[in-house]
Design a protein around this ligand. Structure first.
Ligand code: ADP
Ligand code: MG
Length: 699
């Protein structure tokens, strides 16, 4: 493929606006556009016409099936494929797809987690088309992005609340814009660019490890002699095999209209990153799900496996996902752009302090949005953001807000006495203190970057929470400002007050340092170390009040989400523990024992031949390995009995998760430690698995 073909390729598998305009009758297109732009419900005659055009287009592109593509509460994405084929009375078939089939599907929902929302006798759920996200073709199927609900109307997916939160933010943000005299903006949306980190390993090596196969991460593995200390990976040339993978990945993503843009190696060997150009939040969410799926599929074609786990290689750097978030108007004006004029600056500062207040008041919810067994291994570990939520603003912006708070002049570039709405903000140099990689939530010039998310997680939950907490603050601000006698004075006071009351969340220093943990505690910030610590906050009164007042979740829906996440935590650790036991008993134990017995045979041979020889090395290794093997053996038994004890907590999801955190995970770590020590002593010929060195350096 030459670069001339790229524009042709881009979006070629997407039923996008351009195709719709060309293929739909004018009036049909107009009605559909109205539905897309303003959420008007879709008329059945319009749906029929759209369905028919979609089907014809999809068949021309080689598709034979269609599926309602949706995002259940866990897992990646779900699809149920139906063919377009429909029998006729005279025994032939025709290719059919009706408007009814387009807007509503009825998958059997019983295999998707509902957190107790759906009794098994009403196993069916229904899906409804989200016309704001374009249909696309994947593996010969027309995929229709949809929302997923139970028959009782409870939401069972990640998309519906996301759409609701976007609409809620739209309403409140418009109120604010009107106060600043903007009468033109009709719609405000949030935008997201999700940077995705991943590892690539050789498929043949992957297949030799049960832990990678069952858990997506290694559960054992001694550190390789070389890690990332030489920094030769980050800026190094990309290996040809990886290059070929990235090229194909880009092409596949472009066909789906995904604006994959940059790629480079990441800090750890075999780690890479993909960043798309940002887009509307719900589309960015769909695209990130698709990206993860395509990443895995393309890897297979190159005899590689793409690992999306947060911590695939023990203590080596893990993978995250950076959720770049901003707010934009329908004319493309970024509301988190400081702007050049006092008026724009004032509006920017108001949105800025709304985010500051939101993140301070609802830190724990942002932490919840990044909670999973896999990501727990990463948060707070070296080179990942701490589990403490804080905001990095940079020295300039912090200086400006400080000056505003104290009625001081700002002693930065273009030092002036700041008066909101009157004085222009000094230029904010983007690169002076930016790139503080240790902050979990950083302002990067015209957007906020949330860095806590794990690489395998959906970005939906984070963005539902971001949208909702900012909505709440904008609502409070609008309530105050709409009733102000003197708008400018009230605005000034509000910005000052909010900054003063919530600036404890701002931290521009080193988030990895121990000093910060202490300082954060002094400031009263949360440090929710594990999923189990974080999740109860999801169903606190404060959280329920927030989500119900903006009609994002009902209390019941929140509880179900809480249960699904907690349940998933225990299940993940259960699978990991069982995998560890199997690997230890069936592969590692026999290998170590064989090595010990080889040494014993040698030792007795030597002693027979040379009775006076001390045979120090054999004796030493035999002793050490035997001790370690016994230790590992006892730990494996302990793990077994602790797993058994888990059965006592049947039905009590939180208690069970606590049991896994406190009695399973620590034993897993000890068992691993013992095994990793043995790995460094046993002959490589006998060791049953590819090593970290093999996995990370042989791609
Ligand atoms: P870096 O952080 O590496 O300097 P960029 O600043 O170019 O990278 O952006 C990182 C990510 O943020 C990209 O995915 C980009 O599309 C996204 N991004 C940029 N502007 C916005 C915005 N206004 N809203 C949401 N995401 C954005
Ligand atoms: Mg980034």
């Amino acid at each position: 493929m030459s670069h001339h073909d790229i524009p042709e390729l881009f979006g070629s598998l997407v039923f996008n606006d351009d195709i719709m305009q060309r293929r739909l009758p004018k009036d049909i297109y107009k009605s559909l556009r109205k539905t897309i732009d303003s959420g008007k419900s879709l008329d059945i005659t319009v749906a029929n016409a759209v369905a028919n055009a979609m089907k014809d287009w999809a068949i021309e592109k080689g598709a034979t099936h269609y599926t309602h593509w949706f995002q259940p509460m866990t897992g990646i994405t779900a699809e149920k494929h139906d063919s377009f084929i429909s029998p006729t009375a005279d025994g032939r078939i025709i290719m059919e797809f009706s408007g009814k089939e387009l807007i509503k599907g009825e998958p059997d929902a019983s295999s998707f987690p509902s957190g107790g929302l759906r009794a098994t006798f009403e196993a069916r759920g229904y899906t409804t088309w989200d016309p704001t996200s374009y249909a696309f073709i994947k593996d010969g199927s027309l995929c229709i992005p949809t929302a997923f609900c139970s028959y009782g109307g409870e939401v069972l997916d990640k998309k519906t609340p996301l759409l609701k939160s976007m609409e809620a933010l739209n309403v409140q943000a418009l109120r604010i814009l009107r106060l600043f005299g903007d009468i033109y903006t009709k719609k405000v949306t949030t935008t997201v660019g999700a940077e995705q980190e991943y590892f690539l390993v050789d498929k043949k090596l992957f297949d030799k490890r049960d832990d990678l196969l069952f858990c997506g991460r290694t559960l054992y593995g001694a550190k390789a002699p070389k890690g990332q200390e030489m920094d030769d990976h980050y800026f190094g040339a990309i290996k040809p095999r990886v290059m070929a993978y990235m090229k194909e990945l880009d092409e596949e993503l472009w066909k789906l209209g995904i604006l994959a843009k940059t790629k480079h190696n990441e800090a750890a060997p075999a780690q890479h990153e993909l960043a798309p150009i940002f887009t509307t939040t719900n589309i960015a969410t769909d695209h990130n799900q698709l990206t993860m799926e395509i990443m895995k599929n393309v890897a297979k074609k190159h005899d590689l496996v793409c690992l999306l786990h947060e911590k695939p290689f023990g203590k080596a750097t893990g993978s995250g996902k950076h959720n770049n978030w901003s707010i934009t108007t329908d004319s493309g004006k970024n509301l988190l752009n400081p702007g050049k004029h006092p008026q724009e600056n004032a509006q920017f500062l108001l949105f800025l302090v709304a985010v500051i207040k939101a993140v301070d008041e609802y830190q724990e919810l942002l932490r919840v949005s990044a909670a999973s067994a896999g990501n727990d291994l990463r948060l707070g570990a070296h080179e990942a953001p701490p589990a403490i939520v804080s905001i990095f603003l940079g020295d300039e912006l912090t200086g400006i807000l400080e000056a505003i708070e104290h009625n001081d002049s700002y002693e930065g570039p273009g030092s002036t006495h700041m008066q909101i709405g009157v004085t222009a903000l000094p230029n904010l140099p983007k690169d002076t203190t930016d790139r503080n990689r240790t902050s979990p939530f950083a302002f990067t010039g015209n957007k906020f970057e949330f860095r806590m998310l794990g690489s395998s997680m959906s970005i939906a939950c984070t963005n539902v929470i971001m949208n909702t907490i900012v909505t709440e603050e904008l609502k409070q601000f609008a309530d105050i400002l709409e009733n102000a006698d003197d708008f400018s004075r009230e605005l000034n006071e509000l910005i000052k007050r909010v900054y003063k009351n919530h600036k404890r969340i701002i931290f521009n220093g080193d988030g990895y340092s121990d000093a910060w943990v202490k300082e954060a505690e002094r400031r009263g910030l949360y440090n929710l170390k594990t999923t189990v610590d974080a999740l109860p906050h999801y169903i606190s009164k404060k959280s329920i009040d927030l989500f119900t007042s903006h009609k994002i979740y009902t209390a019941v829906e929140l509880k179900s989400r809480h249960d699904v996440i907690i349940d998933n935590y225990s299940k993940t650790l259960n699978i990991e523990a069982l995998t560890m036991l199997q690997m230890f008993r069936r592969d590692i134990y026999p290998a170590v024992n064989k090595y010990i017995s080889n040494l014993c045979k040698e030792l007795s041979l030597k002693k027979n031949l040379f009775p006076d020889m001390p045979c120090l090395s054999e004796t030493d290794i035999i002793k050490k390995l035997s001790t370690l093997l016994d230790k590992a053996y006892s730990l494996a038994n302990l793990l077994d009995s602790n797993l058994e004890k888990g059965k006592e907590f049947d039905g009590k999801v939180l208690e069970l998760a606590k049991h896994y955190r406190d009695s399973i995970l620590p034993v897993m770590e000890l068992l691993r430690e013992a095994v990793d020590s043995m790995e460094t002593m046993v002959s490589s010929e006998l060791w049953p698995y590819p090593t970290y060195g093999d996995l990370m350096f042989k791609v």
